[in-house]
Write a new protein. Sequence first.
Length: 516
Amino acid sequence: MISRSLLVWIFFALSAATNTYDDLIVAVGDQIEILTNGSHSNPLTLKSYNASVLVALAYDPSSQRLYFSDKRNRRGHVFSVNFDGIKAEGSVRDVIERSSNESVEALTYDNLEKALLWTDGSKQSIRRIVVDRADLHVYENNTIELVHLLEGDKPRGLVSDPCTRMMFWTNWNIDRPTIERSHLNGSNREIIVQKGLFMPHGLGLDVNQQMIYWANNLRHGTFQIERSKVDGSERQLLYEGKGHEMRGQFIFGLTVGERHIYWTDWDQKTLWSLPKEGFTDGPVPLRRYRHKPMAVIVLQQHPVVCPIPSMDIHNSASVPSDSSADHIIGIHDTPAAGINSSAVLTDTFQEIQGNTDPVGSEAALCNGYCLNEGHCFYVNDEISCSCTENFSGDRCEIVDAVENTSHKSCDRLSFAGDAEYSEVFVALISTSVMCVVLIIAVIILSFRVWRLSSSRSRFKRRIIRQPKQRRPAERVINIEDCCNMNICETPCTEPPSGATFPGQWSDKVNLLNCQF
C-alpha cells in the first residue's frame, strides 16, 4: 500500500514538474470553477444568484467583468459579475433578458468596441450588443443587433479576433457541417472548412499564431482535434480519439492556451488537455465532474496585444472597422528592417512614430510636438502623446526618474543571464530531487519483494485430496428438445443478433436538442 501511494505521488510530481497549464474558467452544472495550473480548483461564489445550468462564458480583463449565460427556465439570458481573477465581487447583474424561445450557447467579447457576441441555436443566428456600462440591462429592445441569420444552420462555437476584426463559428448541422468566418459587423461571410466534418462544436483561436482549433465529434464516441490557418489553409489533424481507451467522448467546449488545448467532454464528464506541439502520449484528464462541463475559457489577465505586420508607412493598409467609433488597439512590435516608423489607421486615428518625413497635415502638427522620443497621436482633432519610460506630462517633458542609461543594456543582459541561470538551476534541482525519490522508491520496492519471497519459502504447500463422491447423472436437455417438447418453464427466445451500441448517434442529437 505504501509503495503504491509513493508511485502515485511520484507520477503526479513528475507531471507537475514537466507541465505548466493555463488558468482556466469552467462552467459546470450550477457553478463556475477557477482551475489554477490544471490542479487547484476554486469554485466562484455568486452572491444573490441561484444558478441552474451555466452554459457560455466570456471575460473582459480590462473591466474585470465575467459574462455567463444560464439556461434556467428563461432562456436567452446573459449575466455579469465583477471578477478580479481570484474572487467575485458584488452581486450578479442580468445584462440581457430575452424571450424563452432563444438560447445563448457560446459567448465572445470584443474588447475594442466593448461588445458581446453570441450564437443562438434556437433562432439560428449570431447576435451582438454593446456593453459599455456596468449597469446595463437590456430587455427586448432594438439595442441587440442581428449580425447573421443562419437559416438551416446550427451555430455553436464562437470566437473573435480583435486584431483582424474577424469572428469564427462552427455549424453542427449534420447535413452540411461547416466552420465559417466573417467580419465582426457581419460582412464578408465565407466557409473556410467543410470537408471531413461531421459535428464540429468547440472552437478556439490562437491570435499570435493566427490559427484556429476545433473539435469534430464523430460517430460512436470518436472525435478529432484539428487546426488550420484562419483562412482554412494548412489543415492539420492533431489527435484522433478512436482507440478503446479514448472512445466515449462528446466534446462541447474548447479553448486554446499558451501551450495546451483544453476541452470539455460530456460523456466522461471530464476536462481534458493536449499540448499544441510535440505531444506523444495523447490527452491528459485534468479534472472529472459530477455534472456535464460546458464552456471552458483561458483566464486572460491582460487584453490581447496585436502584432503589427511589416509595412511601408507610405502604403499602409487600413484596419477593418465595424462602426464609426474611434478605435485604438495596443500594438507593440519592432518595425521591419529599413522601415523607421509604423502607422495604424482606423476611422479617425493616426499614429506617427519615429523620425519619418511627415505625411499629411496631421503629421505636420505632430512633428516635434512630443519630447523625449514620445509617440504622437492625432485623435478627433486633438494631439496627445504616449510617453516612454521615466517620462510624463502632456508633451513628455517631465522626468519621473533619473537612471544611468549607459548601463541599461548591460543590466538587461545581466538580468536575462541571471533568469536563464535561475531556470537551469531550478530544473537541475528538480531533476536531482526526482532521481533521489525514484532511487528511494526502488529500494523500498526491492525490500518488499525480498520480504515476500523470503516469507513464502518458510511454508510448504500441502495438497489434501478428497475422495471422489459419486453424483447422480444429470440429464442434459437440448434446447431444441426444450422448445419442441414443451418441458421448459420459460418460453424460448432467440438471442439478439447483435449488441446495440449504448450511445446511438440519434440519442446525441436528441440530447443536444433537449439541452438548447
